[in-house]
Design a protein around this ligand. Structure first.
Ligand code: ZN
Length: 133
């Protein structure tokens, strides 16, 4: 697979409204988009950092994997997302062939009209990894 950059870092927060002042008023970043991804039961806020983004993830339901993550491990860095130049489906096939445990067998719609898929942290040295295009 061909990775062009870190597309974004996903950060789990209890509340976007409570987290944003740190990113905007202290770090001087600007939130340019907030959207809800029903499928994943999260509300997301995006901020640009050079060519990369920060994605704040706020659970919209107790059932959200983000809610469970925060309950278990507290707020903090949740996943790293790589931009895949030659397609997420290709990358998944390659990962499967190399015996990487997949969370998503096929690309699915994520925030910002991207197609995404997650790799299991058990196979990625402990980091929940998102592939996106
Ligand atoms: Zn993400």
């Amino acid at each position: 697979m061909k990775i062009s950059k870190i597309e974004h870092l996903g950060i789990a927060v209890k509340s976007i409204e409570e987290a944003l002042p740190y990113y905007e008023n202290v770090l001087g970043l600007k939130c340019y988009n907030i959207e809800t991804v029903e499928d994943q039961k999260v509300r997301t806020a995006f901020l640009m950092v050079g060519e990369t983004k920060i994605e704040l993830l706020e659970p919209t339901s107790e059932e959200s994997t983000i809610a469970k993550y925060i309950e278990k491990r507290g707020m903090g860095v949740h996943h790293v997302a790589f931009a895949i130049e030659d397609g997420v489906a290709n990358a998944l096939a390659e990962c499967e062939a190399k015996e990487i445990k997949l969370i998503d067998k096929a690309p699915r719609p994520g925030a910002e009209q991207m197609m995404i898929a997650f790799l299991h942290p058990k196979s990625t040295a402990g980091v929940l990894t998102e592939l996106c295009e």
